[in-house]
Design a protein around this ligand. Sequence first.
Ligand SMILES: [Zn+2]
Length: 323
Amino acid sequence: MIRRVASVALIALVAVLAACAPVLTLTPAPAPAPAPAVPSIEQPVIAVTVDDIPEHGGMAPGETRLDLTRRLVAALEAEGVPAYGFVNGGPAQANRDDMAALEYWAGAFPIGNHTWTHANVNELSPEDYIKEIARGEPLLEKLSPAGDWHWFRYPWLEEGDDPAKRLAIRQVLASRGYRIAAVTMDFDDWKYADAYARCAVKGDGSAISRLEDDWLDAVRYNAEESRRVAKSVYGGDIPYVLLTHIGSFDARMFPRTLALYREMGFRFVSLDEAQNHPAYASDNDPAAAPQPTMFAMAQQAVDSPPYTERVPNVDLAGICNQR
Ligand SMILES: [Zn+2]
C-alpha cells in the first residue's frame, strides 16, 4: 500500500511536469471503459481479508504477535465473521512468535498466498516473482491440509506495471489454480500501525484516543465511498472485499470496526461468497484478460465524481514522534 501511494505521488509529479510542458499534439481523451453489466445486491455485504500474516507494523510494549493475533481472531469470531488471511511465509519461518501467530490464525481461519517476503512485482523479474509465490506453497499446504489456500493477494496491490509481465504472472497463477483476491473496500488501516505503536510506547492515552476516532471516521468514510463508487460503476452495491492487516492497532480496533460496519447495515460473508459475484470474474480467472479495478473504472465514470482519498484528521507520521 505504501508503494501504491508512492506511485500515486509519482503519477501526480509526472502530471505536474506534463502540465508544464508545451502541448505538441492534441489527443482525444480515452473513451470511458464500459462498465460490466452485473446484478446489484439487496443488502451490502463485506468479505474481511487480513494481510501480512503473521507480522505487520510495530507493537505495543510487552505485546507479542501471538497476543495480537489471538485478540484479532477473537473479535472476528465474536461477530461470526468468516475472514481470510494472506500469509508471508518468510517472516513466519524466521521467528518463533511469528510462527505461533501464523499457526493460531490458520487454526481459526483459512489462509492464502501473499508471497514469501511481501515482494513487489515491479522490482523483480517474472521468474523471481513466481519463485516468491511458489516458495510459500509448502507452508500453506502444511497449515491448511483440508482448506483451499489457492487465493493470491498481490503485495502492495501491485499487479505489474508491464502488461506482458502482468499477463505472464496471471498465467502462472491460473496454472497453479489460484484466484486473485480483489480489494473493493480499503480504509488505509496500515497507516495507523506505527503511529499507534509509538503512542503506546509513550503511554499517551489522549493521542491514542485521537487515533481511534480518526480510524473509525476512516472506516465510515471509505465504506460510504466504496458504495458510492460501486453505484457509479455498476449501478448499485456489489459484495465488497475489505483489505485489513494483522496489526496491533487492528487488533485493538476490530471489535469497534466490525460493530460500525453492522451499524451501517453491512453483513459479513466469506471471500469465496463475495467473489462469486460477476464483478470479480477476471479476478477469479487469472487466465482471462485483466479488468481495471472498480476504483480505476470510477476515475473514468462521466456522471459522478471519482473516488476521493480521505485525508486523516491526525498527523499520522508526526504523532507521538517528539522526543
Ligand atoms: Zn501486504
